[in-house]
Design a protein around this ligand. Structure first.
Ligand SMILES: Cc1ncc(COP(=O)(O)O)c(C=O)c1O
Length: 419
């Protein structure tokens, strides 16, 4: 019989196998200094384009003050226990009510972490006779939630409504046999490439098929819609989203998340979300901090306006220079370049060290071989100067990518990697 660890000694996994070349620089980098548009990386000043602090609330003095006061008043422990047992407070309830009202739903329920909350919500919404139909490019938390499902599931092609329709036909036939129902899951904004989920067209399929729609709006909440209530508001279909999810980890620059929907459904989930029932309640400073952030989101539209000024300047600047930014319809700004993984590594080093630009890099196997995806997240704290410096840097790296500089610089890495 094998030792359980044998496979771990041999195979570090699809990302882990790059650890010796990548750790500390491409993965697990340490950004230092106050969270803002400019931070330090390995002692150098960099413009940071990799932080989901869309509205610039992370380090806003009013937010920091409320966080500090709540921490001083309650400490980190309060309240002790799971919500159901001893971890419930007026403040938790108030935050839920305000969130529900903001996203135009009857009721909301807090989640300690978005990821776990998504997994548990999917788990609680379906039983083995039900069928899940979900976008093939769904976030890992959706995939993990679906993994818990004991019944059938179908994926549809990314953001492809015709493919969804085909799969709804299959799912409907199956549900007629099992006696179950259908849950469709989409993201509001797909975080890697920035497209909005085609919620309007998905909702229109409710005329033809009987299903419930669950939307993960992590990137849409706070950034889209007239009031910032998210992708459903932006597309005019908020009422048709049966269960709405958003995290505090992006626009609200904190930790925690929530689901919202009809009271009867949220009440059911409250009693059936295993990751919340059997885990400690969200700490008080996170609850008080989220109330403050939500208030600022509602009362300071200038934050979203500044965010979008930066998004528009960055995206139109990149397009004017002939960069391929795909089909983004949100703040998420992908830049697609052609090159190998070693070239991508040399390019990112150049960007960070010689141009002071820090953004995330995505390569195969997350995207097709031969493509490099640089992902930029504008925030309200960026300036138009940050944008123009970044555009100049992108011009420079594209020239060096195309004239083979990075190929030469990375030749020894490429040889070691067998590229
Ligand atoms: C689409 C999406 N869903 C869910 C999550 C998980 O949220 P959290 O960070 O609150 O666990 C994320 C990442 O933050 C996300 O991008």
């Amino acid at each position: 019989m094998k030792d359980l660890f044998e496979k771990i000694y041999k195979d570090k996994g699809p990302l882990g196998k790059w650890a010796s070349q990548a750790e500390g620089y491409f993965v697990f980098p340490k950004l230092e200094g106050e969270i803002s548009n400019r931070m330090k990386f390995q002692g150098k000043d960099v413009i940071t384009w990799s932080i989901n602090d869309y509205l610039g609330l992370a380090n806003h003095p009013e937010v920091r003050k409320v966080d500090a006061e709540a921490a001083a008043q309650y400490g980190s422990a309060y309240p002790m226990g799971a919500r159901m047992m001893s971890g419930h407070t007026d403040l938790h309830e108030r935050l839920q009510n305000e969130l529900a009202e903001f996203v135009s739903k009857e009721s909301a329920y807090l989640l300690n972490f978005g990821y776990q909350g998504m997994v548990s919500t999917i788990d609680a919404l379906v039983s083995k006779d039900d069928i899940i139909v979900y976008d093939v490019d769904a976030h890992a938390c959706i995939i993990d939630g679906v993994r818990l499902h004991m019944g059938k599931r179908f994926t549809y092609k990314h953001n492809d409504v015709a493919s969804l329709e085909k799969n709804l036909e299959r799912a409907t036939k199956m549900a007629e046999q099992t006696g179950g129902g259908i849950l469709v899951i989409s993201e509001g904004v797909f975080g890697m490439r920035g497209e909005q989920g085609r919620l309007k067209e998905i909702v229109a399929l409710k005329q033809k098929f009987n299903f419930r729609l669950f939307v993960d709006d992590a990137h849409g909440f706070g950034t889209l819609g007239a009031t910032g209530a998210g992708t459903g508001e932006e597309q005019g279909v908020q009422d048709d989203i049966d269960v709405y999810f958003a995290t505090f980890a992006k626009s609200l620059a904190s930790t925690g998340a929530f689901i919202a929907g009809d009271k009867e459904i949220i009440d059911y989930l409250k009693y059936n979300l295993r990751s919340q029932m059997f885990a400690k309640s969200l700490q008080m400073q996170l609850v008080a901090g989220a109330l403050k952030r939500l208030d600022m989101l509602k009362t300071m539209p200038e934050l979203k306006a500044k965010l979008w000024e930066n998004v528009n300047a960055l995206q139109s600047g990149l397009k004017d220079k002939g960069f391929d930014i795909g089909t983004t319809q949100s703040c998420v700004t992908p830049v697609y370049l052609k090159g190998s993984i070693p070239e991508a590594m040399a390019l990112v080093k150049d960007l960070r060290e010689n141009h002071g630009v820090f953004c995330s890099i995505v390569v195969y196997p997350v995207i097709p071989k031969g493509l490099i995806l640089l992902r930029l997240i504008p925030t309200a704290t960026h300036t138009l100067e940050d944008v123009s410096e970044t555009l100049n840097a992108f011009d420079a790296i594209r020239t060096r990518l195309e004239n083979g500089t990075y190929k030469r610089l990375s030749a020894s890495v490429a040889a070691a990697m067998g590229e």
